[in-house]
Design a binder for this molecule. Structure first.
Ligand SMILES: *Cc1c(COP(=O)(O)O)cnc(C)c1O
Length: 256
């Protein structure tokens, strides 16, 4: 009898979790749509990457059931672990710093590496990619705001290295990624995102059309609408997706 009561309770809790996640996702999709229509873009130009670095596996499974196919993780080990738990159709995005000794396992599994933040890492990925059947797809992470705590190329360094970068042809350079600084002033994020887009345009032109650098990965929970208005093709959203969920999960496991 006791067990039965517990099962009913579990069922209730996971329903609550499912409803909360579904509401969060719906609200984010609506906000993405509204941002797209403000600037005359189509919603299918923007991919939502669900950042699951702090999420429990069952929350992530629920999101996948709700139609999410792109998952972002900050650590290579987490991708390796979770690849086993999910179906093949998940596209894994590495969004955190990549150490060169983890590069090989990531190349095999990631759909897109957002965080190529140095020439050394790029060259290393190029070598590995040559040996691999599938070329790695990468974004250069750019530290537009110049904060010392942030990873990424400074814009001027990336531009300077661009001719040298293009000699390596074993990788697919899909575009650029950045993070805006934390700020209550939305104008700050907007300026950062505009600068990333301008840098992309400049690099694309300098490559003579060889690298259109189509992807702009910019925008998180606090600023994804601005990212979309400024041309993001990928937004990386974690905390807004899971708002209110950890409370429910906590209830779920609380001893009675
Ligand atoms: C954690 C993280 C995100 C998601 O941030 P939220 O504010 O939780 O949406 C996006 N991008 C990167 C690089 C991150 O590390």
């Amino acid at each position: 009898m006791f067990q039965h009561r517990e099962q009913v309770k579990d069922q209730k809790m996971s329903d609550a979790l499912r409803i909360q996640l579904s509401e969060n996702l719906q609200s984010i999709r609506q906000r993405m749509q509204a941002a797209c229509s403000r600037v005359g873009r189509s919603t299918d130009e923007v991919t939502l990457v669900a950042v699951t670095k702090y999420a429990e596996v069952d929350w992530v499974q629920e999101l996948v059931k709700l139609g999410i196919n792109d998952l972002g993780e900050a650590r290579p080990q987490q991708i390796s672990r979770r690849v086993e738990e999910f179906k093949d159709e998940i596209r894994w995005h590495l969004i955190g710093h990549l150490q060169r000794n983890k590069a090989e396992e990531v190349i095999k599994r990631a759909h897109l590496i957002h965080s190529v933040d140095s020439l050394r890492l790029f060259e290393h990925l190029g070598k590995l990619s040559k040996a691999n059947s599938k070329p790695a797809r990468i974004l250069f992470e750019v530290n537009i705001s110049g904060e010392s705590t942030k990873d990424g190329f400074r814009s001027e360094d990336l531009i300077a290295a661009w001719p040298q970068i293009q000699i390596i042809d074993s990788l697919e350079i899909a575009g650029l990624m950045t993070m805006a600084p934390h700020s209550d002033d939305v104008a700050v994020a907007r300026t950062v995102f505009q600068k990333l887009r301008e840098l992309r345009d400049k690099m694309a032109i300098e490559s003579g059309g060889r690298w259109p650098l189509r992807e702009l990965s910019m925008g998180m929970s606090g600023d994804f609408e601005i990212g979309i208005e400024e041309g993001a093709t990928i937004v990386r959203i974690g905390s807004s997706l899971f708002e209110g969920v950890s409370g429910l999960a906590h209830e779920d496991t609380k001893p009675q």
